[in-house]
Write a protein that binds this ligand. Structure first.
Ligand code: AHR
Length: 537
């Protein structure tokens, strides 16, 4: 069966689009962002055609910088042997890997979630403070690994400070108590003069940590969770946690544990709406299950459904219970994964070290498009995870590799503007079994009003050939001198490796689009990111 949906080709009013590639607005330039990748020839078939229209006045909302968040969990080699590697020649005096810090800074991570994930449901934070040689080693039942506790709250906050990112701590609502959660806030955010806050000073940290974001447990709805509960039991417990944590520090922002399903989110928010600023939702596309290229890429539809459902419930409950600012969605774990069975590997620290390929980078870019399109309701998001475990950054004791998914994350976080704007996409489509028809071109756009600058991100999911896009601007013209960046590779299976670390990277490509309409050729299986100034027509 063909994956191609019956095409009604977009009808174009202004131009004919059957053009020689050389006459189009874009061609390849020598790599300008990272060196080393060979430029591949474009496919020679007749490209399909599409149209993308942007009106900078059609605003979707302000993009909260917190959507460019990330996550580190005590799982596999994310922390130990990942971001934290005491004694390594690659680490700084605090044991943090310099190469990982540098690569993370380039990702512009706005907030960083820790310590889990599932790990948080069995974690006692007092184990991870004080002299390292006196910290207990425990056995973690979330991931069946020894936990030496040499990386704890002080090390995490130090990591965030070095990265210039906000810490986001998820408290233990599995085996943890109210006291532990309240005292964790006290340890981090009280100036001193109490036993717990003076401990922080005693251990060398005079200044308060001022941790703003706190999660009320992780995936408590799942039976794999230590201390799994039903919605009513969770809601009852979480209200008490929220109360005491905010009594410790009324300025903190709380994230209720949600999942995007109203049968959980509604009772939880009915109880918690007055106590929390966010409700969480997680999305993982499991490529083990979907297998097929187009099914996997089409699954971003499911992410979109989760976001919509989370926001619908949050807004409905917020309105009904008269909360002036609605509860926002915190998509605090999202990614594409495979080898899910790694999670049960007892005492093996090499868990979920996925060698991501170009297809996965396309999925990540399409997910970022989706998150940006939902910027009105998604106000915080965390790629899961940062290092080694389902991660853009991979380490060995002697080196580091940037996986394919690193590049879209860096591109969007560094170049997107502060407002989301609508892109009307008329594109040929592909069929899927699980997610109906989907457009080959997946797009999002942003606008920077002060700088009069638009960005347009377009993922061409089509693996059989290029697509020529007609870009139309309503009421404005693109000024010459814009820039274009592209991520692609010889095939969707292409991976980065130590032998060929730049097989899939971001390259700056030639772009001379200008005026109120121009054409761009989007190579097969590629991400294209345009950035241009605008002026009134
Ligand atoms: O990110 C890996 C795990 O996936 C997290 O610990 C958990 O919250 C989710 O199920």
């Amino acid at each position: 069966m063909s994956h191609e949906a019956p095409q009604s080709q977009p009808k174009f009013s202004r131009r004919s689009f059957l053009r020689d590639a050389s006459a189009l607005g874009m061609g390849f330039l020598a790599p300008a962002i990272l060196p080393g990748r060979k430029v591949t020839a474009q496919s020679s078939d007749q490209p399909l055609r599409a149209r993308l229209s942007i009106d900078p006045d059609h605003r979707l909302g302000t993009i909260d910088p917190n959507i460019y968040g990330n996550f580190i969990e005590h799982l596999g080699r994310c922390i130990y042997g990942g971001i934290y590697d005491e004694g390594s020649p690659l680490a700084d005096p605090d044991g943090l890997r310099n190469d990982v810090l540098e690569a993370t800074r380039a990702l512009r991570v706005t907030q960083l979630r820790w310590p889990g994930g599932n790990f948080s449901s069995g974690y006692h934070w007092r184990d991870g403070i004080g002299p390292k040689d006196q910290r207990p080693t425990r056995y973690d039942l979330a991931w069946f690994q020894r936990e030496p506790n040499t990386y704890g709250t002080d090390e995490f906050v130090a990591t965030c400070r070095k990265l210039g990112t906000e810490p986001y701590i998820c408290v233990n609502m599995g085996t943890g108590t109210l006291d532990e959660a309240a005292q964790w806030v006290e340890y981090c955010n009280h100036a001193g003069g109490t036993y717990i806050s003076d401990l922080r000073k005693k251990y060398g940290h005079a200044e308060t940590y001022n941790v703003k974001y706190w999660g009320l447990g992780n995936e408590v709805w799942g039976n794999w969770q230590i201390g799994h509960k039903n919605a009513d039991d969770y809601a009852k417990a979480a209200v008490e946690f929220a109360k005491v944590m905010k009594w410790e520090d009324p300025t903190i922002k709380l994230v209720a544990c949600g999942n995007g399903d109203p049968s959980w989110d509604r009772p939880v928010l009915d109880a918690l709406v007055g106590h929390v600023e966010y409700i969480s939702a997680h999305h993982y596309t499991n490529a083990d299950d979907l297998k097929d290229y187009y099914e996997i890429l089409g699954s971003v539809a499911q992410l979109e459904t989760t976001i919509r459902n989370s926001a619908l419930t949050a807004e409905a409950v917020s309105v009904r219970l008269r909360k002036p600012t609605p509860v926002w969605t915190a998509l605090d774990e999202w990614n594409i994964i495979y080898n899910w069975s790694d999670g049960g590997k007892r005492d093996d620290v090499h868990k979920f070290e996925i060698p991501y390929n170009l297809r996965d980078a396309l999925w990540v870019a399409a997910a970022l498009n989706c998150i940006q399109r939902h910027c009105r309701t998604v106000r915080l998001a965390n790629l899961a995870q940062l290092v080694n475990v389902i991660a853009p950054i991979y380490t060995t004791p002697t080196g580091m590799l940037l996986r394919t998914i690193y590049y879209p994350l860096a591109l969007y976080a560094n170049h997107s503007g502060p407002l989301g704007v609508e892109v009307a996409v008329e594109s040929p489509r592909f069929t899927t079994q699980h997610f109906a028809d989907r457009p080959y071109l997946d797009a999002s756009a942003t606008y920077d009003e002060a700088q009069r600058r638009i960005t347009l991100a377009v993922v061409n999911l089509r693996k059989e050939g290029d697509i020529v896009g007609a870009i139309e601007l309503a009421g404005v013209r693109a000024r010459p001198g814009g820039r274009a960046y592209q991520i692609t590779g010889p095939s969707p299976d292409t991976q980065n490796s130590f032998e060929n670390p730049h097989a899939v990277i971001t390259q700056e490509v030639k772009f001379d689009g200008a005026g109120d309409h121009f054409e761009i050729r989007f190579p097969r299986h590629s991400i294209t990111f345009l950035e241009f100034g605008i002026e009134a027509r």
